[in-house]
Design a protein around this ligand. Structure first.
Ligand SMILES: [Ca+2]
Length: 536
């Protein structure tokens, strides 16, 4: 790793290090201007190793349409693997691809196949093989808290109480008092308050946490459990995925049985490890840290919803606040449960307004959010289109709009299944054009992912929050083995000066800077909305 010393000129009052991107000077691969020249990732061993690397979430339907039917598909994704490799991602999380009547495919009707709109099992095997050749792992959404109500299991179970599938679901009689009194505590992942749904022309009610179209599977049934293990083994052993993202992981059993939920994932992991020893499991437990933590016994990776909210708040307020301190607190707490846990950090996902909309289209803030995500501890997940500044606010279809690869006339695979309202060529510069612009948000993402991939401290290092007495600046140390980095982000639109205290004066090499900043003795002037990474 090449690095450049600050020049300690005896009489020089101030030294400008680096030049602004806006001067048009050639940047390095890492985008670190002038002073920090990094070796391209392809030419060296990466410091990061998945799952500690960056994972990219794809909504297949909107990513790339290979056959012109308006719906994104597997062959389309395969054609974009080079793009993803170039971006620096080491894993892909695919939203559900099983047959399902809904556009989002979270109500599955066949757990052993691919929706025909998306392609075939053979297409998927080819995709996985091509991804693996590029060092990219593949994780798929496994939606087993519930099936779709159109699933043949449920159809048969609802029609016939003696069906062998009756036990796959949870039933009650319409006069059963428990169905009357239960109102659900509203959670982030559902605004449905009715858990019990009536089978038409029947006295039977079935339990469906999210809504009637998603009857919950009954994990008290040994037969159902065995079926779910079989589904998992099928995708791991016969198709070749590297792991699963587990939807609605905290709802396997009702809210009053959290211990049973925790234990189920321990059992599930043990079963999956029989098929694939190093299977990767990342769980969606949409809740506060103390609710999330016990799931770490079974799920080695869990999404950190708190951090996404905290970063969004900090960049919007242009105030570092307690972001870093809180992040450390959560991590320290998680480590007491599982020292090897994978902290799956992210800004927003397919269930939330897109980050660019959360910062009201302010590109500086969106870039700062990404800079924080990629320099703080965790295993970052990014949501497709985030890297080109796609926008989107709920309802869900509008946070899942088609990726804009190129101008319409040149775009070989833009999906058209939905008319986009937020991400159009008027609001989002197509990826192909951003690729040619070193100041684009896409180049910014690439730069920060590469910075992180090349640094063990940024990938594995722990976090030491620093208080430099300036609310606009988020400052922290990242340390791993013999690499120690001092990271400074100026969240504000003004230049900010910080004085490095005596114990930090050894950090006088520039590893990276996103814009030109200056250092005068121990006073650092940080350009507006900029990041500087210093090392000893
Ligand atoms: Ca298609």
């Amino acid at each position: 790793m090449k690095k450049t010393k600050f020049l300690h000129l005896a009489l020089a009052a101030s030294i400008v290090f680096g030049t602004s991107c806006s001067t048009g000077e050639k940047t390095t691969q890492a985008g670190a201007v002038a002073t920090a020249q990094q070796t391209p990732v392809a030419e060296q061993e990466k410091a990061s190793k998945w799952p500690r690397g960056v994972t990219y979430e794809i909504f297949v339907q909107s990513f790339c349409d290979s056959n012109g039917d308006g719906i994104g598909d597997i062959k389309g994704m395969t054609s974009k693997l080079d793009y993803l490799q170039d971006l620096g991602v080491e894993g892909i999380w695919l939203m559900p691809m099983n047959p399902s009547p809904s556009y989002h495919k979270y109500n599955v009707t066949d757990y052993y196949d691919i929706h025909p709109d998306y392609g075939t099992l053979e297409d998927f095997k080819e995709f996985i093989e091509e991804a693996h050749e590029r060092g990219i792992h593949v994780v798929m959404d496994l939606v087993v808290n519930h099936s779709g109500s159109d699933h043949p299991w449920f159809q048969e179970a609802a029609r016939n109480p003696d069906s062998p599938y009756r036990g796959y679901y949870v039933w009650a009689h319409k006069d059963d008092p428990q169905t009357q009194k239960e109102g659900k505590i509203l959670a982030g992942d559902s605004d449905n308050v009715n858990r019990w749904h009536q089978v038409p022309d029947s006295d039977s009610l079935y339990y469906g946490y999210f809504y009637g179209g998603m009857p919950d599977l009954n994990f008290d049934s040994p037969e159902l459990r065995e079926e779910v293990y079989k589904i998992g083994r099928f995708w791991l052993s016969e198709v070749g995925v590297d792991g699963f993202r587990l939807d609605a992981a905290r709802h396997i059993f009702p809210d009053d049985r959290p211990e049973d939920n925790h234990q189920f994932w321990v059992d599930f992991r043990n079963e999956m490890r029989k098929a694939k020893e190093d299977v990767y499991l990342v769980g969606e437990v949409w809740a506060e840290a103390d609710v999330v933590a016990p799931y770490m016994k079974g799920l080695p990776a869990l999404f950190n919803f708190d951090m996404g909210y905290a970063i969004t708040e900090a960049v919007n307020k242009e105030n570092a606040g307690v972001l870093v301190k809180n992040h450390k607190k959560i991590r320290d707490f998680y480590k007491t449960i599982n020292p090897d846990f994978v902290d799956a950090t992210f800004l927003t996902n397919h269930d939330q307004n897109r980050i660019m909309s959360e910062v009201n289209g302010d590109e500086n803030k969106a870039k700062m959010a990404a800079a924080l995500l990629f320099t703080l501890p965790g295993s970052p997940y990014m949501y497709y289109g985030e890297e080109i500044g796609m926008r989107g606010k709920k309802p869900d279809e509008l946070i899942r709009e088609p990726f804009i690869w190129d101008k319409k006339e040149a775009d070989g695979c833009r999906a058209t299944w939905v008319v986009p309202q937020y991400s159009t060529e008027q609001t989002v510069t197509p990826a192909a054009i951003q690729m040619e612009n070193e100041n684009s948000i896409l180049s910014h993402y690439k730069t920060f992912i590469e910075l992180r991939n090349n640094s063990k401290a940024l990938t594995y290092g722990e976090l030491e929050p620093l208080n430099l007495g300036t609310q606009e600046v988020s400052a922290f140390l990242r340390q791993y083995e013999d690499e120690s980095l001092l990271v400074l982000h100026n969240l504000s639109g003004q230049e900010v000066s910080v004085n490095l205290p005596a114990n930090l004066t050894d950090y006088d090499d520039v590893r990276f800077q996103s814009k030109a900043s200056t250092k005068n003795n121990n006073t650092l002037k940080l350009a507006p909305y900029s990041t500087v990474v210093l090392e000893e």
